[in-house]
Design a protein around this ligand. Sequence first.
Ligand code: KG4
Ligand code: ZN
Length: 338
Amino acid sequence: MDSLILAIESSCDETSAALIRGGKLLNNIVATQSVHENYGGVVPELASRAHQQHIVPIVSTALKEAGVDRHELDAVAFTQGPGLLGALMVGASFAKGLALGLGIPLIGVNHMQAHILAHFIGDSKPSFPFLCLTVSGGHTQIVLVRDYLDMQVIGETQDDAVGEAFDKSAKLLGLPYPGGHLIDRYAAQGNPKAFDFPDTAMPGLNFSFSGIKTAFLYFLRDMKAGNPNFVADNMPDICASLQYTLIRMLMQKLKRAAKEYGIREIAIAGGVSANAGLRTTLNLEAEKRNWNVYIPDFQYCTDNAGMIAITAHFKYLKGDFVQQDATPMPRMVLPRLS
Ligand code: KG4
Ligand code: ZN
């Protein structure tokens, strides 16, 4: 019989539940927390409270929508880390209680591994080995993926994540949180060469995004000194130029990694992979370099339990379970290739 698994994601500001049967995703219910919009970032305490409110209705909806009784479940999976401790604890505690009550195994999932394995939800799947550029609000990594559960980081940011650079720049432009997708939308109408921002050079396959944030802050300060309406007058060009720089920094390292490792199977994952500019640039490079590129559906780019469910499916097949005393791990990492 195909295994039936309930998966729960609660690492940041999305409460999500999904059901998967025999590796086929049945649904993916996501509740996004709007409470953080006015604060310019996720407020951890508010995130935990919102998860508490959403988790039972979200899981009930997932079960009801799929016509599944909880007694049919074979396992319960949850995001073990990385993420906000209080937020992770809500999902972990719920999953533990349910698994204990039903007498079924528990599966702890690494959120970053799950972003990558989201590529195995749909029909277009990368073949091993492939490289994945994982770009989110908390991470920027290039991962060498040898098998479903065998992956190593070969490059990563030494400071801010690229999603953070998008969101903090958006905040400086007076846009609400999270502003990444708004920059993307304005950028579509702007000139990417209108303004010039510096790249931060990093050795090897590592990234740095804290410098551009500071450069952007001073750029706006100087331009506003000459024209107080500078931002309102130039929003599309500012966004297009900033986005162009961020994408260029990502692509430089990705091209280098592909060359060094001799790999042409290239995937992107994480919230920033929803970016239209990044998707277009990646497709253009793919044509030039004969890469096969894999870009997840929008709904599987940002945080969702579907990606936790597909990872749990592979872990279930290996009998990779955690015990009831498993604790959330805010800084859970993927191994680094040494
Ligand atoms: O993976 P994710 O949902 O959560 C984390 O694990 O961090 O990623 C969220 C990040 C935020 O920084 C958000 O602004 C960014 O993804 N993001 C985008 C776009 N859509 C979401 N950044 C740029 N362009 C987009 N279209
Ligand atoms: Zn994420």
